[in-house]
Design a protein around this ligand. Sequence first.
Ligand SMILES: Cc1cc2nc3c(=O)[nH]c(=O)nc-3n(C[C@H](O)[C@H](O)[C@H](O)COP(=O)(O)OP(=O)(O)OC[C@H]3O[C@@H](n4cnc5c(N)ncnc54)[C@H](O)[C@@H]3O)c2cc1C
Length: 239
Amino acid sequence: MNYEFYEAEVFKIEDETPDVKRFHFKIGGENKFEFKAGQFVMFDIPLETTIISRSYSIASAPNNDNTFEICAALKSEGLATPWLWHHVTIGSKLKCSSPVGKFLLPETIDVDLCFIATGTGIAPLRSMILDIYHSGRPHKNIYLIFGNRWEKNILYRAEFEQLQHLHPEFTFIPVLSRETAETWKGALGYVHSIYMQLFSDNRKAYFYLCGWSAMIKEARLNLKERGYTKQEIKFEVYD
Ligand SMILES: Cc1cc2nc3c(=O)[nH]c(=O)nc-3n(C[C@H](O)[C@H](O)[C@H](O)COP(=O)(O)OP(=O)(O)OC[C@H]3O[C@@H](n4cnc5c(N)ncnc54)[C@H](O)[C@@H]3O)c2cc1C
């Protein structure tokens, strides 16, 4: 596949949680950088002796100002993320591909949407959710089930709580696997019991799954057993 390449300049870096940073980029020059909610870009990472490529979902909603955001989790034994942590500062320029991927919202949202993420798998789902609200697209109920280990790991928490406050049809359900009933009043355990319960009536819905393969594999199996079809279950795997 042939990609176009762009120079993406970092203009903001935020520490979102202890091990996740949000990197904000602007594409310079005359190039128009257009993407759809749910797509990802590939960055060239210039290590000492070689250049490697790594994919990152765009976490921000489509806009007209040539900017976009990614959120990346540090893998301290990995190659690319330690480089991002230690070499990238405001003003750094990275080579990135044109946006790619078919993990996209349906043309018409005429049934409930159930977004299920773990960790930085939230990125393309955030882009889709913000896109729906920014563009004013008609939609039904939207559920966001977000699995993490600890409360401190919940990315974009204030923003999703605010959306839930503003939009009665938007339900945000953070689920934590390592907290206890003493430390967390919300849902405990894993994402699976939540969507199984919410959709126990097998009503029509689109499911969007994103994150690491173990969660996605189990969710696809559960939903398939419930009778949901391939067309109703979209997913993006990070590993
Ligand atoms: C479509 C897509 C979108 C993605 N979007 C995002 C995103 O939005 N945010 C995000 O954080 N990630 C995302 N990823 C994952 C991302 O591309 C990288 O895989 C991730 O950042 C890790 O890269 P790395 O080079 O730091 O780690 P890698 O070097 O690729 O290592 C990955 C893991 O393997 C382990 N490992 C490496 N070498 C060894 C070894 N020799 N022995 C044992 N273990 C080893 C490391 O500890 C590390 O945990 C996405 C992936 C895809 C495919």
